[in-house]
Design a protein around this ligand. Structure first.
Ligand SMILES: Cc1cc2nc3c(=O)[nH]c(=O)nc-3n(C[C@H](O)[C@H](O)[C@H](O)COP(=O)(O)OP(=O)(O)OC[C@H]3O[C@@H](n4cnc5c(N)ncnc54)[C@H](O)[C@@H]3O)c2cc1C
Ligand code: FES
Length: 295
């Protein structure tokens, strides 16, 4: 398993013509995801239709969104390659570039560089049970993965798919309509949770993600777990998964290190001898245990 994971845990994607040159895109749609209005999903269409093919990506990868005159930011790709005609990113407003992006309108033009980084270990997950554990707005590339796995052409490639996804409150969950639709399906086991809820109509779990993971994930046999979330959630979920019997090679994490170039050139994102932008952002816990404990 370790070798299988290592073999798929590589940087890649379609070679970029000029890795510093963004593809021009137009904002096609903007959806406000959360009640605090700080998370928005942007759907982009490529201005030159050929560029969509050049931006061929795999779930788990990220892009650099560039806002003219303001800067570039790494953001995980939230759409799935099975969704044609656009690429989507969900962006939390935290600072300079994300605020400018949040102020942009449908029809505005900007740039996307990528796809960048490696991806979740799809070859190793084939024929296996898949457990997805997500928290807060780090659910973006997990949304991409779920849509990808549920596509009729891909669903037979995986055994059981189980998802634990949590946010602070019901209003802070991303992709609410899709979560409700996935809840109705019998080919995916959904365990949605919130830390707290005053909503009398809330019909899902209340409890922190690690607690719900411990309650709901009963079987680690033949399973690979993908975990994305805030550091505190990862810190408490990791031992739960290990206690449930997941070895470190079968616990997969995606890191959000500070980055600049995104292509292994500037040395901004290194973790020991690894560049998070190029060797990651996806690492198994076994790989991370070999690196300095900064993640
Ligand atoms: C691989 C990868 C995938 C990511 N995916 C997403 C995503 O899907 N959605 C999303 O909203 N964000 C994501 N991020 C984080 C995002 O890149 C930062 O929030 C963004 O760069 C902030 O830009 P800014 O100019 O608005 O903020 P700045 O003005 O540069 O900083 C504002 C605040 O954000 C903090 N910050 C800046 N960059 C990061 C970072 N990389 N990680 C954590 N804190 C940071 C700063 O310390 C500061 O407190 C991802 C980061 C990486 C590396
Ligand atoms: S961001 Fe430049 S080397 Fe990783």
């Amino acid at each position: 398993m370790a070798n299988a994971l290592a073999a798929t845990n590589r940087s890649g994607g379609v070679p970029l013509e000029n890795p510093y040159l963004p593809y021009p895109v137009r904002i096609e749609d903007i959806a406000i995801e959360t009640e605090d209005r700080n998370l928005k999903t942007f759907k982009f269409v490529f201005i030159h239709p050929d560029d969509e093919g050049k931006f061929a990506y795999t779930p788990g990868q990220f892009g650099e969104l560039s806002v003219a005159g303001k800067g570039e930011i790494p953001i995980g790709i939230a759409s799935s390659p099975t969704e044609k005609g656009h690429v989507a990113f969900t962006v939390n407003r935290v600072g300079l570039v994300t605020t400018h992006l949040h102020n942009m309108k449908v029809g505005d033009v900007m740039g996307i560089r990528g796809p960048l980084g490696n991806w979740y270990p799809w070859e190793a997950m084939e024929g296996k049970n898949v457990v997805i554990v997500g928290g807060g707005f780090a659910f973006t590339t997990l949304r991409s993965s779920i849509v990808y796995m549920l596509h009729p052409e891909n669903r037979p490639r995986f055994k059981d798919i189980t998802v634990v996804y949590g946010a602070r409150t019901p209003g802070m969950l991303l992709y609410k309509d899709e979560l409700a639709a996935w809840e109705q399906r019998d080919d995916i086991n959904m365990h949605i949770t919130v830390d707290a809820s005053n909503d009398p109509d809330w019909k899902y779990n209340v409890g922190f993600v690690p607690t719900i993971t411990e309650k709901k994930i009963t079987n680690s046999d033949d399973a690979i777990a993908i975990v994305c979330g805030p550091p505190i959630m990862i810190k408490f979920t990791q031992p739960v998964l290990e206690k449930l019997g997941f070895p470190p090679e079968r616990i997969i994490l995606s890191l959000e290190q500070r980055m600049k170039c995104g292509i292994g050139m500037c040395g901004r994102c290194n973790l020991g001898g690894k560049f998070v932008c190029k060797d990651g952002p996806v690492f198994s816990l076994a790989e991370l245990k070999q690196l300095p404990p900064e993640y």
